[in-house]
Design a protein around this ligand. Structure first.
Ligand code: NAP
Ligand code: ZN
Length: 347
């Protein structure tokens, strides 16, 4: 039987979000029903509502940083049980047969199903700003004991989006890693890169967040508004991960890489970026992108964070504060992830 549940949705592009109800599909043989406890606000939610990346279906219920408790399982479910603490990230299905799925990189499935906005079996999918969600058990993660569900929620996107490139490009002892932008993604990048053993530098627009950056584990902190940063640090880094949600001066950041260094861009601005080819050629440098992470990597990341005793730094809000929180994210005024307390739907 389908269920009707409370949700927060944007009725149209760029419109403020408002309370509504949505239908969740019946719990199938391999599905779990999750009572959502917390949902993180990712900058991608805002890009999607604003149609920064092209047309989207509306009404849209954003939210792909979901943490909650399993309340029902289908008859064929083996991976999760009622009462389990679980999470759901940016996708809820994949084709399971393309080369990328078979290689364990479901995030690059050519036919995957994002948590939102997408269709699944002819029905629209809706994200985590709601009280419940039904998801195939294979796309549901275990949240280890020791991480609160509130601070775990942002790990499902922000955490894995940094963990995946940091592990792929082997951040670790002896490596100099820079994280550009200290927001939701960036602050997880600092924590994870530090826990992997790298020497970590934050490159932020100003020194406003310096104290926080150092507390989160950064060894160094520099302002990108100061031109001296780009001369002092020229040729320094093995790996730079840019989490900036706006276009950046790629040439300037490539200039900070050592020979053979890699600049990985995970931010997805609405506008295109240009680059001078000399910036790559002079030093055999690489410019790369990376999108979230696989189911395996997401579980590894959750276990890694639990082993190191950290989750995200969050500011918990009620559902009525979602529109304010969107404005504050756009103003870079978030320390460092807004997490919606879904219990406030009942208020
Ligand atoms: P966020 O919390 O808003 O953080 C972005 C940070 O970038 C800000 O805190 C700010 O850091 C810096 N920034 C913002 N505007 C800037 C500007 N005009 N110039 C320079 N720096 C600026 O956002 P988020 O949730 O971390 O997401 C960041 C981006 O990653 C978004 O575009 C999002 O869509 C994308 N994303 C990608 C993936 C993926 O799979 N690749 C996954 C999730 C999100 P400072 O104040 O420190 O300068
Ligand atoms: Zn996200």
């Amino acid at each position: 039987m389908t269920t009707t549940v409370a949700a927060y949705a944007a009725p149209a592009p760029k419109a403020p979000l408002e309370r509504t109800t949505i239908t969740r599909r019946a719990v199938g043989e391999h599905d779990v029903l999750i009572e959502i406890k917390f949902a993180g606000i990712c900058h991608s939610d805002i890009h999607q509502v604003n149609e920064d990346w092209g047309q989207s279906p509306f009404p849209m219920v954003p939210g792909h940083e979901i943490a909650g408790i399993v309340t029902e399982v289908g008859s064929g479910v083996t991976r999760h049980a009622v009462g389990d603490r679980v999470g759901v990230g940016c996708f809820v299905d994949s084709c399971r047969e393309c080369a990328n799925c078979l290689a364990g990189m479901e995030q690059y499935c050519k036919n995957g199903t994002p948590t939102y906005p997408a269709g699944h079996d002819g029905q629209p999918t809706y994200g985590g700003y709601s009280t419940h969600i039904v998801v195939d058990e294979n796309y549901v993660l275990r949240i280890p004991e020791g991480i609160g569900l509130d601070v775990a929620a942002p790990l499902l996107c922000a955490g894995v989006t940094l963990y995946s490139p940091l592990s792929h490009w082997q951040a670790g002892p002896g490596k100099k890693v820079a994280i550009v932008g200290l927001g939701g993604l960036g602050h997880m990048g600092v924590k994870i890169a530090k826990a992997m053993g790298a020497e970590v530098t934050v490159l932020s627009q100003s020194l406003r967040k310096q104290e926080d950056g150092l507390r989160l584990g950064a060894d160094h902190f520099h302002a990108t508004s100061d031109p001296a940063t780009f001369t002092e640090l020229a040729g320094t880094f093995d790996l730079i991960v840019s989490t900036v949600s706006a276009p950046v001066d790629l040439d300037a950041y490539l200039g900070l890489l050592a020979v053979d260094g890699t600049l990985v861009n995970v931010g997805v601005p609405a506008e295109p970026n240009s680059i001078r080819m000399f910036s790559l050629i002079m030093g055999r440098k690489s410019l790369a992108g990376s999108m979230i992470g696989s189911i395996r990597e997401t579980q590894d990341m959750l276990d890694f964070c639990a082993a190191h005793g950290f989750g995200a730094e969050i500011e918990t809000i009620g559902v009525e504060q979602i529109n304010d929180a969107y404005k504050r994210v756009l103003d870079s005024d978030v320390r460092y992830r807004f997490v919606i307390d879904i219990a406030t739907f009942a208020a």
